[in-house]
Design a protein around this ligand. Structure first.
Ligand SMILES: N[C@@H](CCC(=O)N[C@@H](CS)C(=O)NCC(=O)O)C(=O)O
Length: 218
């Protein structure tokens, strides 16, 4: 039996949960190794050896180590091509380019304002930090513009990269989960034509429901 891959970090971290969703979608065995951010375990010398920026997740497969959640997901899809959801990262050059295109849109356009909102609205109050109202307003306006592009796209295709669920959709799950379920800004998604339908579909994947269960039990 193949040795399970290792994921370091808490499932509550958005970047860690992206990798977990991908592993579950691909049906790849993994071992989750706890890293306690509150105790600064991600800044310890041993951890920095595998994640030089001192962030989670870190990932190991046999003798290789990787960091950056989206790069890890791409690796999992390529290495474990024949396992689980075989179409997750496209099955031909054009399909792959379309997944990459929307994955880049997620990382470059969607993630900056959505992760700022997740931090300001969901985490800052729990950490007793003062919220930055200016940043919240600015991020909400930026995210609304991105979601208007998605609204148009999702009126043409069922999912972002085409009519099949892909890594591009999966990559949106972590931030959107927080915004819809742990803030009062969920309507940005749920009330937007096509985007609400898309969110309903991607968040009810068995893989994602398992990640949410893992988050609840930590
Ligand atoms: N671009 C990185 C982001 C990693 C990241 O920001 N991780 C956060 C948790 S979601 C973290 O480690 N925060 C603690 C820190 O930066 O000290 C990825 O996608 O892996």
């Amino acid at each position: 039996m193949a040795t399970p891959v290792k994921v370091y970090g808490p499932p509550l971290s958005t970047a860690v949960s992206r990798v977990l969703a991908c592993l579950l979608e691909k049906d790849v065995d993994f071992q989750l190794i706890s890293i306690n951010l509150a105790k600064g375990e991600h800044k310890k010398a041993d951890f920095i050896k595998i994640q030089p920026f001192g962030q989670v997740p870190a990932f190991q497969d046999e003798n290789i180590s990787l960091f950056e959640s989206r790069a890890i997901c791409r690796y999992i899809c390529e290495k474990y091509k024949e396992k689980g959801n075989k179409g997750l990262y496209g099955t031909n050059p054009l399909a792959k380019a379309s997944v990459d295109q929307w994955l880049e849109a997620e990382g470059q356009s969607f993630n900056p304002p959505s992760s700022a909102l997740v931090f300001q609205l969901a985490f800052a109050p729990r950490m007793k930090l003062k919220q930055d109202e200016g940043l919240i307003k600015q991020s909400e306006a930026k995210l609304a513009k991105v979601l208007d592009v998605y609204k148009k796209r999702l009126g043409e295709t069922q999912f972002l990269a085409g009519d099949e669920f892909s890594l591009a959709d999966l990559s949106h799950l972590p931030n959107t989960q927080y915004l819809v379920n742990a803030t009062d800004r969920g309507e940005l998604f749920t009330s937007r034509e096509n985007v609400g339908r898309w969110w309903g579909e991607i968040s009810s994947r068995e893989s994602w429901k398992k990640v949410v269960e893992m988050q609840k039990s930590t």
